[in-house]
Design a binder for this molecule. Structure first.
Ligand code: FES
Length: 103
């Protein structure tokens, strides 16, 4: 993986998300237990940050804070309206204590 380090594993709490800039792309990094996800941070419905939304750990989804669309952390696909278009999914890996994302 030719990813960029975005943070340490300790920086993202279980069941939460943070926004990072990776080579000019806004990326939402989310954590559910030992599973890590990296999706496009900009909601596909309007220009709002998904990382500001709530992570629904049981369903591996994140809720857009503006109008409440749910997105799958695994696929980026919207699970509810008003979003209808998927956000991109990026490769993410844990190397030691570093969180790496590949755009
Ligand atoms: S901006 Fe995300 S659902 Fe409207």
């Amino acid at each position: 993986m030719n990813g960029a380090r975005v943070c340490a594993t300790t920086e993202v709490r279980d069941g939460s998300a943070l926004r990072f800039d990776v080579a000019g792309t806004a990326v939402c990094v989310a954590r559910v237990g030992d599973e890590w996800f990296a999706i496009g941070d900009v909601c596909s419905h309007a220009d709002f940050s998904l990382a500001d939304g709530e992570v629904w750990a049981d369903d591996f989804e994140i809720e857009c804070p503006k109008h409440g669309a749910l997105f799958s952390l695994r696929t980026g696909e919207p699970q509810t309206l008003p979003a209808t278009i998927a956000v991109p999914v990026f490769k993410i890996a844990i190397l030691g204590e570093d969180v790496m994302v590949e755009i």
